[in-house]
Design a protein around this ligand. Sequence first.
Ligand code: PMP
Length: 274
Amino acid sequence: MPLADATIPVMDRGFLFGDGVYEVTAVIEGRLVDDAAHLARLDRSLREIGISNPFPADDWRRIEEGIVRRNALRNGLIYIQVSRGVAERAFKYPDDLQPTVVMFPQFSPVQDNPLTRTGARIMTLPDLRWARCDIKSTSLLAQVLAKRAAAEAGMAEAWMTRGDTITEGASSTAYIVTQDGAIITRSLSHEILPGITRRTILRIAGERGLRIVERPFTRDEALTAAEAFYTSASTIAIPVVDIDGHAIGPGRPGPVFTQLYTAYMDAVMALTDV
Ligand code: PMP
């Protein structure tokens, strides 16, 4: 339906409590990128918070394809949100709630991000999030504040820290490349979102014989890295050229980044068009 006609009841728990989960899948040249993995993560997020998945993966896929076709969406994003449903406001919820599903397209050409060519300046700040960052929850206040701080400082992204180490970006997975060429990214745990782009980028890196080490890395390691970059469905991959005012690497996209980005885009273009 037209966006202007779409309404959500005020008593929806997604609105009142942030009681829901979401997914963002890229559409590049009419191709749904890593879609099965996004739908699998949605299913997992729902299971972790006890909302039954309203559709099997095949139905989700059909609805997504309908959104792509009916909106002539060639390049952009599909947003999916599932909240627990509508009930009288109380923390405790009835057992028989109907989940609320909202989906819409966003028309931002994912692969035409100028930061891919120029590189991004980013900042670090403390990770204020809860203890289950592996769930793609719509409760995003800590990330909203982090993005605000980054924007005020003129930075494209914020990398969040727990103690000495970087957990991840406010809306992305963080990586560094050491001076001897190893790609370091934090291992999966409750502290980070299991990025779908991360999964594909690490597979591509492995296929190319690049060395991958999944472990926490410190801010100091990042400042002295040969390269740094971040990934997400909505940005694909962005090289980092400056962290907290310290230049990283050569000040332009590095060779490891460029190799991975090119291979990722080749893999996307090999997918079938919706
Ligand atoms: N971490 C966080 C906190 C994010 O919000 C995102 C983007 N959704 C990511 C990582 C990257 O995940 P993906 O590659 O699945 O978009």
